[in-house]
Design a protein around this ligand. Sequence first.
Ligand code: AMP
Ligand code: MG
Length: 358
Amino acid sequence: MHCLVRCTRASRLAATLLRAAWAAAALAALPAAAQDGQAALQRFEYVQVHMGVDFRLLFYAPDATSANRAAEAAFARVAELDAMMSDYEPESELMQLCATAGKGRAVPVSADLWRVLTHAQQLAEATDGAFDVSVGPFVRLWRQSRRQRKLPSPQLLEQARQAVGYQHVRLLPESRSVELTQPAMQLDLGGIAMGYAADAALQELREQGMPRALVDASGDIVVGDPPPDAAGWRIGVAPLDADQPPSRFLLLAHAAVTTSGDAFQHVEIGGQRYSHIIDPATGLGLTQPRSVTVIAPDGTTADSLATALCVLGPERGMEFIGKVPGAQALFIWRDGEQVCSRETPGFSARELPAGGEE
Ligand code: AMP
Ligand code: MG
């Protein structure tokens, strides 16, 4: 039986401070016996901090040596993507691209960054900009608000708005290059990069001969083949309140599941709660307490969709998700004292019966 609950997303700053301490404990394995046909497989679990959150690998391998090698390769792949897509590291490929904003030139990018930006731009167009990786300037104002417990002034918001808009991100497929057409643009891949990295880690484990695997990037979860003794991986659905245990469980194989919402990251100003997810229409964090869980074929899709659906809300979000092939969603939100929910029919089809037993 495998139970995963969405973990707290540590603040990136805190996580950076923790990084050194985690490095030493990085490759501690927890074996547990399991059978796979004739070959005996053991269960291994590894945790490292990447992209400011815990990345957890859970997979079945014949022995500790091959498991360690596979985990090391998967973490190395995630570290590579972190170095590429971080908006904290001035040297990252993403930041180098942002440094060219408004300079009238396109920059060739890596295959990974290209795939992430292509996916992000398609979703931005489909959601009319509800999902928009160019919200970086708004995110920076939100972080400042969190530190100062004060909303940004209308002038600062207006200034940031000049540098936000997915229409200002030009993708040029022939040369696989990107142009940011407005000065001071800042891309923020926080709503999609972890899902992409989880996909990449799962792929790496598969290439290393470990297809029975689960990768959990602190709530962005992707799974490959099921454990040897089960039809799927048992995954707890994050409830609206961060301190409550899950009451619903999914059974998944070859799929991804992500929850987005303000349960773990928000700031309270003047009695109002503002989520770390920005409504690009206002430039401010969402104010309605809501969480969205998405099941999709891959982590990149699940991660970005969950963020997008949070912005769209239950009404528009349910309409939108109905048109996305292979994706399911559960919306939970608070209306006064009442907790309400809506979900697509296929969501409960992936659910274990009450009690969570297979
Ligand atoms: P997630 O936790 O996956 O929902 O992603 C939230 C993160 O995505 C935030 O911390 C920002 O870095 C980024 N973000 C915030 N608002 C948006 C938005 N409207 N579209 C795309 N990314 C966003
Ligand atoms: Mg997301």
